[in-house]
Design a protein around this ligand. Structure first.
Ligand code: ADP
Ligand code: MG
Length: 246
């Protein structure tokens, strides 16, 4: 039995996720175990189609799952209503995707403030917080720019700042540098990790880029439906096992 520490911000046990595919069923996640301490940085690599996005979407309350238990920021996600999940997403999870999804008619500053507005933060507080986050992302000179006036790397840095505005427990980044050349990728990656650490956020980064993955404190591979610590056997495998570890 693996211990569950109270300080763990993410606790996943025996997580399974299936997708119906015509007459068949795809068993994508087949017993994922994961513990993430508050403030820890984690990277997940894995082949295309291995279920990385499925896992992040479940952790962020964007998608449901078939079996097991997922506790994020003290909240068990299984059985939460759609309304409760919506609150959970707004308060506890910050998302960064491969595509920035910035609103084109709003400036960098307004884009970062947006989730705070929606969450009911006072305008002055939201403004100050957004400015501080953009400054931490080294975008002081870009806060009045519209997305079309920013480089790809700068847009992703705005997206990182936006992910942190509501003070989430976890930042979930799905291929955050997947669209960038190596140079911009390195800058975005370093700022993402450094600021997650500065603001005390737990960070999960899904990436194809070994350099980006190496920067994390804890590194995993998602393979055959289970998470494996890099260079080790399957993590926290229960007695019935998955039959996959070597
Ligand atoms: N909504 C869905 N319906 C059916 N199959 C899906 C759905 N979403 C993902 N899948 C399948 O689940 C597998 C894992 O997808 P995904 O998590 O996106 O992989 P990754 O992010 O590791 O590339 C893929 O085989 C994909 O085709
Ligand atoms: Mg994916």
């Amino acid at each position: 039995m693996s211990k569950v520490s109270m300080s763990n911000i993410i606790v996943v046990r025996d997580l399974t996720k299936n997708f119906p595919q015509g007459e068949e069923t795809l068993f994508i996640l087949r017993g994922v175990q994961l513990d993430v301490e508050a403030g820890a940085t984690v990277s997940i690599m894995g082949q295309s189609g291995s279920g990385k996005t499925a896992l992040l979407n479940i952790l962020g309350g964007l998608d449901d799952f078939d079996g097991g238990s997922v506790v994020v920021g003290g909240e068990e996600l299984q059985g939460l209503s759609e309304a409760a999940l919506s609150v959970f997403r707004r308060k506890k999870a910050g998302f960064i995707f491969q595509f920035h999804y910035l609103l084109k008619d709003f400036t960098a500053l307004e884009n970062v403030m947006m989730p705070a507005y929606i969450g009911g933060m006072k305008k002055k507080a939201a403004l100050e917080k957004a400015r501080a986050l953009l400054s931490d992302m080294r975008l002081d000179a870009r806060i009045g720019h519209y997305p079309s006036q920013l480089s790809g790397g700068e847009r992703q840095r705005v997206a990182v700042a936006r992910s942190m505005i509501n003070d989430p427990d976890v930042i979930l980044a799905d291929e955050p540098t997947g669209n960038l050349d190596p140079e911009h990728s390195a800058v975005v990656s370093e700022l993402l990790y450094a600021n997650a650490e500065k603001w005390g956020k737990s960070l999960l980064v899904v990436t194809h880029d070994k350099t980006v993955a190496q920067r994390a404190q804890f590194r995993y591979q998602l393979s055959e439906g289970v998470l494996k610590r890099e260079g080790t056997a399957a993590v926290g495998t229960s007695s019935e096992g998955t039959g996959k570890e070597t």
